[in-house]
Design a protein around this ligand. Sequence first.
Ligand SMILES: Nc1ncnc2c1ncn2[C@@H]1O[C@H](COP(=O)(O)OP(=O)(O)OP(=O)(O)O)[C@@H](O)[C@H]1O
Ligand SMILES: [Mg+2]
Length: 497
Amino acid sequence: MEENAISLKEISKSFGTVKVLDNVDFDLKKGSVHALVGGNGAGKSTLMKILTGVYSHDQGTILVDGKPAEMKTYSDAVNKGISLIFQELSLIPTLSIVENIFLNRELSRFRVLSKAKMRTRSLELLAELGISADPSMLIKDLDVGVCQMIEIAKAMAVNARVIIMDEPTASLTEKETETLFGLVGQLKKKGVSIIYISHRMNEVFKICDEISVLRNGKVVAHRKTADYTLETLIGDIIGNKERKAFVHTSREDQISDETLLEVRNLSMGLRLQDVSFRLRRGEILGFAGLMASGRTETLEALFGVQPSDSGTVILEGTPRRFRSVQEAIRAGVVLIPEDRRREGLVLEHSVLENLCLPNLNGLMRGFKLNRRLAGELASDSVDEFKVKTPSVQTVMEDLSGGNQQKVVIAKWLKTKPKVLMMDEPTAGIDIGAKAEIMQLVRDFASKKNGVIFVSSELTELMAVCDRVLIFQKGRIVGEMLASQIQDEEVLQHAIQH
Ligand SMILES: Nc1ncnc2c1ncn2[C@@H]1O[C@H](COP(=O)(O)OP(=O)(O)OP(=O)(O)O)[C@@H](O)[C@H]1O
Ligand SMILES: [Mg+2]
């Protein structure tokens, strides 16, 4: 019996003159979970899109169950039992959950499936995924985490034999992630084979049987997970590049006693109660807490996204109340939102246009955009933030996921804010780029600015923050200095007790 569900042989692909995949071999054993890892822009998503007929390839062969297969369109892949959970969500916001799950399939495979049956099947799938939403709800009314789960439900609805998950946990809560991992285990038992793409190494070690590493379009290593340690895996991913330390360096001398932002008794229904804190100039302040503990709500209240019921916000000594996002930006307070794919970027527009969007004030001459200034701003940003893109004219869609996120961070930092709020800023960012972004955040803070940093990755909070506030059920229940947090468990304990 054929051992491999999928074999990719000598796959090569260029976009224009840029070769993004070079002679790639990849075997997926039946019933196994195979991790595909590598830096931003290494070619992971492109390889998976080739396997599923979304992109064509220039050279090479795809074997399904040992037999050569032509993948001309995504339907070819679905018909062979292969489905892809896209990194960039592919759901249609104006349609319902059930319509999205069965999109394009009502006619082909489910010709005789009635509305009632589709609804029942959707309910089953949602229950398996631990989601309590009604199938008739519209996608646009759902949280991004729920959307991610629906994306997964959509892949499962075809009873796929091979499921490809391209960074499925980037927008999931810890609980949703656990549910997903449980499901991966069940799928494996049923003989389903899974290709798992993630930048989170702990996930890879937890659920994957083997690991292939892509670097600059080439497979540089393939081993059983058991034969890897975190150190050796990271070494393979970033190659001989110097490994930047991802540890906390004391910045005490850079933090002044001067208060930059003070928040007093911020309340918002039951979601936020009496939140008070100070952010000093030069300080990086972390918010730690579980989902819905009030971290994102506080940021949104400060940024003018969600009106608060009561409370005072004092910026540089002056009481302020931002009724809109524009007012906040003008005052120098910006928020890089959690869901950058929906709120942070216009994917159909170029890198240049995206970078210039929040910076228009400085770029206009009368009613005209100063093209030279816009071009300079864009190319400076690309250099400074090491965005991997063929040019500033490239449309955002054609950048790898992690590079799209760097553009979002760049565009907000270029507005020269005083207070930078970041909600899960490194989701989908590779290990090398994470260290770079941490350094950018530190440099920004040290110029007498302030940073509020929300992250579910505790190691990251510990590495970057000078002080961490602990949120529980809409309140601040504790505070820790970086020097008081010896290890992750101390912080974990504070969040949950
Ligand atoms: N449609 C496209 N047109 C032109 N270039 C593209 C296109 N899609 C991807 N690329 C380029 O191909 C390279 C590989 O991108 P890919 O999305 O496969 O990376 P990735 O490994 O998935 O990265 P990430 O971890 O950031 O998601 C990148 O340099 C990217 O800019
Ligand atoms: Mg990708």
